[in-house]
Design a protein around this ligand. Structure first.
Ligand code: TYC
Length: 103
């Protein structure tokens, strides 16, 4: 009798790839009202930067309009962006941090 069994003879192998969650950028957006020193203090407080790093990030946003502050998992990025934006709002400034997925 002809062999009509179409089951694979060899061992089948399942290769499971664990995809890493995409990282999200936190962006600092320039505005015309928030004092530079205040932006530096917020960057130090929320993103644990030293004063020199924070001043560089602030100046990049000031000159270019926006600067990447750091990358985190989505929930961490969103929480930190909210915390930092809230500190500005509580002090009466329009300081804005946003998030977006990394490419
Ligand atoms: N442009 C502001 C000023 O001249 C300072 C500033 C820098 C504000 C960066 C926001 O993301 C910012 N006072």
């Amino acid at each position: 009798m002809a062999d009509t069994d179409l089951k694979p003879r060899g061992k089948t192998r399942t290769v499971s790839k664990t995809e890493r969650p995409r990282l999200h950028k936190v962006l600092l957006v320039n505005d015309d009202f928030t004092p530079r020193e205040f932006v530096v203090i917020v960057l130090q407080a929320v993103f644990r930067m030293d004063e020199a790093q924070a001043a560089r990030v602030m100046m990049t946003a000031h000159q270019q309009g926006v600067c990447v502050v750091a990358v985190f998992q989505k929930d961490v990025a969103e929480t930190k962006a909210s915390e930092a934006t809230d500190l500005g709002r509580e002090a009466g400034y329009p300081l804005m941090f946003t998030t977006e997925p990394e490419e």
